[in-house]
Ligand binder design. Structure first.
Ligand SMILES: [Zn+2]
Length: 425
């Protein structure tokens, strides 16, 4: 047994504990409490004193694209136009070899571990780069196999067979730590028939789904009015596609996709009724404030999601649109954006965003029974953050110090299933 102690332990499911400790036995948490109590109760445990630091549940990054880590900075000079951004991204992807993609994915997973991330919800289109990266880095996660560009109903049955073949291939390599799901990319790149086939397959086989939804102005224009950039793309590629003339969320609901309780990434442009549909269906949201801001998509109404009772986790998105994987930075921006949006409805606290970074992410990936809090019986996924930097002093409110004065670079140690996957010294 190992007893990790530090100046602060933040179980997330309970108030921070000063001079706290977490007792780990094998891959599980056995007890959480005051160090003095646990040291007396478990005298044979090996003590690891982390000093002036905070111990938290590992961060969950519930929306990433590890396979394009090699494109960090490559798209920064593209003018702020989402269609040009997507076109440049696709051009860059086609220039990369499989080996480059694999190496980039592994570097991205290790960057996550060094940032205190213990679990990824990662989307992969090309082979098994993301899956291998998570396995090699010792991290937990769900690898979502993404669809190719497949908006035409005429090819839906063939596209579905190709997708499920890729999925089965990944599934053969799944482990206790890394499982596999599906990602129909978005309402504008996947046709209605393929969406329905994927949703039925996911419901029958109890598979996790994730979808980019309600992200850009181009997407909204296409779905609600049937006009704009994507109609030009469809014409160019001779695609048969009919606009549903409703919001992306309503469209997903009509097709029965929300019944699969998908993890919806972004949800920047959502109405009150969209939020009600998401809440009523049990679908979840991956909130990616930094990617949304960098690409100029706007601010998602984070506090409205929470008030509606929706499970919301934080996502870095790819480093091509971020440019780092720092869930503490993401948490700070989630709080800033929620406080500073013109129609913001309530004050979001440091505690709210730390919850989203941990338990919220676990709920978003349907893993809250296993991870997301420091509680007896849960798996030992943990991150330790130093509070020694001058810019963090004085630590009068540890949650505020973590969210507003700390970053990924203050992470001292990251642990998954009781095994250390990153150590700063
Ligand atoms: Zn994304």
């Amino acid at each position: 047994m190992k007893l990790f102690t530090a100046k602060f332990v933040l179980p997330v499911s309970a108030e921070p504990i000063q001079n706290g400790a977490v007792l780990i036995e094998g891959d599980k948490i056995k007890a959480v409490g005051a160090f003095d109590d646990l040291a007396v109760k478990f005298p044979s445990a090996e003590t690891h004193d982390m000093g002036n630091a905070a111990v938290l549940p590992g961060f969950v990054n519930c929306h990433s694209h590890l396979e394009i880590t090699g494109m960090r900075g490559a798209l920064d000079s593209v003018e702020p136009d989402f269609r040009l951004w997507l076109l440049k991204l696709n051009a860059l992807r086609s220039e990369m070899s499989d080996k480059q993609i694999e190496a980039a994915a592994l570097a991205g997973a290790r960057e996550g571990a060094a940032a205190g991330v213990t679990c990824f919800g990662d989307i992969g289109r090309y082979g098994r780069a993301g899956l291998n990266a998570l396995k090699e880095a010792g991290l937990r996660g769900i690898l979502f196999q993404e669809t190719d560009f497949s908006p035409d109903n005429r090819t839906a049955d063939d596209d579905f067979l190709l997708l499920t073949a890729k999925f089965e291939d990944l599934l053969a390599d799944a482990t206790d730590l890394v499982s596999v799901g599906l990602s129909p990319h978005s309402p504008y790149t996947v046709g209605s028939r393929l969406f329905e086939l994927i949703a039925q397959f996911a419901i029958i086989n109890r598979l996790p789904l994730t979808i980019h939804a309600a992200e850009s102005a181009n997407e909204i224009e296409l779905l609600e009015k049937g006009t704009g950039f994507f109609t030009e793309v469809y014409e160019k590629y001779d695609v048969e596609w009919q606009s549903p003339l409703c919001s992306p969320v309503e469209y997903l609901d009509r097709m029965g996709v929300l019944s699969a309780k998908p993890l919806l990434a972004h949800c920047v442009r959502v109405s009150e009724s969209d939020i009600e549909r998401i809440a009523a269906s049990g679908a979840r949201i991956a909130h990616c404030p930094r990617s949304n801001a960098k690409l100029g998509h706007g601010w998602a109404p984070f506090e409205k999601f929470l008030d509606a009772g929706i499970a919301v986790g934080l996502g870095s998105d790819s480093v091509a649109s971020n440019n780092i994987c720092d869930i503490l930075g993401e948490a700070a921006l989630a709080a800033f954006a929620a406080r500073n949006r013109h129609d913001s409805q309530r004050f979001i606290t440091a505690s709210d965003v730390l919850r989203a970074a941990t338990l919220g992410g676990a709920e978003a990936l349907d893993l809250e029974d296993k991870i997301g809090t420091l509680e007896a019986g849960k798996l030992a996924d943990m991150t330790v953050i130093s509070l020694d930097d001058p810019a963090q002093q004085p630590v009068t409110d540890v949650e505020a110090a973590l969210v507003f004065s700390s970053s990924a670079r203050d992470v001292l140690l990251t642990m998954v299933n009781g095994s250390v996957v990153y150590q700063a010294y």
